[in-house]
Design a binder for this molecule. Sequence first.
Ligand SMILES: C[C@](O)(C(=O)O)[C@H](CC(=O)O)C(=O)O
Length: 532
Amino acid sequence: MPKLQVSAQDEQKAFEAEVATIEKQWSSSRQSHLKRPYDAQTIAALRNTIPAQSSSSSTQAVKLWNQLQEHNKNGTTELTFGTTDPVAVSQMAKHQQTVYVSGALCGFSEVAIPGMDHADYPWDTVPKVVAKIFKSQLWHDQRQKQFRLRHPVEERDGLENWDYLAPIVADGDMGFGSLTSTMKMAKEFVEAGVAMIHIDDLAIGMKKFTIGQGRTVVPTSEYLDRLTAVRMQFDIMGTETLLLCRCDTDHSEFITSVADERDHEYVLGATKDVEPLQKCLAQAQAESKDLKAAREDWKKRASLKTFDEAVEAVATKEELESYKSEILQEKFRSLSTRRKIAQKIVKQEVVFDWELPRSSMGQYMFKSSVKAVVERALAAATLGDVTWARMDSPVWKDIVEFHTEIRKVFPDRLFAFGYTGDYDFGKAGFSDEQVKTLPWDLAKMGIVWQVQPIWSLQGLNLVTEQFAKLWQEEGIAGYLRTVQGPALSTKPMTDGFEKLSYCGGYLADAFFETVAGETIVEKGKALNFQRH
Ligand SMILES: C[C@](O)(C(=O)O)[C@H](CC(=O)O)C(=O)O
């Protein structure tokens, strides 16, 4: 293999030029809000000698960034929904600015073995779907442009001119493994042309929240490491790709470890002298008792509390006040510091053991709150561009509190919001009137990107089921009446196989004509375009 024909001096010059380019990009209006724990030199040394394949992703990211900034300025919002289908995406482009590729949907429709949204599909599943969708967007963009340019300028205003290149936002879940697999996933997303990905703080292999089996988050430090790994990969590629910091701490019940003292305030411990939960469950199992009931009974006997609640339960009013004021002198206090402060101030012994409630997989029990979510989101903010505090069900008071608290620190923060799963707004106390104006009320808080992630599941299933029934009952007559008829009579005609521009017939012709040496611009008149 030949050696690179570059002298060490030229290599150093190129390196320094790269460093200067990186520093310029980092100080641009698009990126100046970001803070990295590494410097430009480190990144420059991690780059390839030729540019990374990131230009499509960068272009789409800048487009999305500008769209979101514009919404933020105007108090408006982008409303999108999730799909994995390029055909659906081509129609979405007519009414919305972005497209969402949902992990949950990919797990149902894009894998060899489908399953519930446990993020247990191969790590490159979603990037591959993004690649498929982006390529389809490029194809629509190409065939529309070519079709327009076959027409004289004066005729083009009457022709379709959709922005098919709607930036794609995609689900990166928790990064699928170690930091290096998170980086590989981020790389695949960028090469696929994604505009923004979201990364969350859920524990790998423990994503069971959708069916209410208890959500497990990782320590704050691990969440930040994931985001940093993605940011680093983006920087290595020199891409503008946006990072959406999703936080799933709301209503989480477990945390994998207590390695980070920022989480200690929220970890639950037994405040009574009880046997470990696992021992209790093993015994219940041996005696063929109901494990769920045994667990609930243990929780009651253990009188689970956070350490501060345990202090509150035994301290006098004065003791509690001085305990709280000393705790508040620093932002984060570890459990051992809390214990020391309590020992000094509170006469009664504070019984608290967070080992006793640990699960069979070692998780600690966690008591979430809006404050806990705010702290995580604030810690993550400068690594990413947009924030999303995912909720299982919508709680208006919490939504307002979360976004208000973040904006106190980052007044221009952009937010995302997911109308996750099957939100029951009525049950959550929303009036019909509130639901009607919800997207635009959320927009006023800076929630500039809103998504119904699983439309394909509920929406397409509904339409398909209805049509399947009709098809059996009425056959082709039902199809003509409910599908083909309306599709052909809509002005402009709804896209379908008959519409040659949409199907790429003219584009294919253009390829043939070009190979044959023909000029293909402004030839519209020569062809039969009346169908459009
Ligand atoms: C957005 C989401 O990650 C998805 O995979 O689409 C899910 C969707 C859902 O559960 O409805 C989510 O975690 O919100």
